[in-house]
Design a protein. Sequence first.
Length: 147
Amino acid sequence: MRYQQRYFEQLRRDQLRLQQWRYNDYGPSNYRYRRGGTYYQVNQYGAEMLRRAVNDGYREGFEAGRADSEDGWGFNTEDGYGYQDASYGYDGYYVDISEYQYYFREGFRRGYEDGYYSRSRYGSYSNGGQSILGAILEQILELALID
């Protein structure tokens, strides 16, 4: 319950921030990523948003998994509100919400597993919080700079 309350509070803050959001043109689509065998292009801001989606998903999944384990619940990644919603941290129009949610869930699944089993297979603890390992992040996104 405490995890869910914290998640809802962050969603409320995200909504307030989005109400004040203004579009800025951050240049051409100079990054490419692959999902499901198809390539997509995004600008620098979109690439950063996708990285953040995976990392935020990992961090939220870790907390949800740890909470479920501590409360004696069975392992169930997809039952958590964070996994179902997957919009935590979404802040704009540079990446479609469905893309953001896909990558958030990819991070969440890995974080949940690490949190539930109290390990660091996919991430590590640093600077006061959990974050996904860089190699795992790049494996998930397959992000590349376009020449």
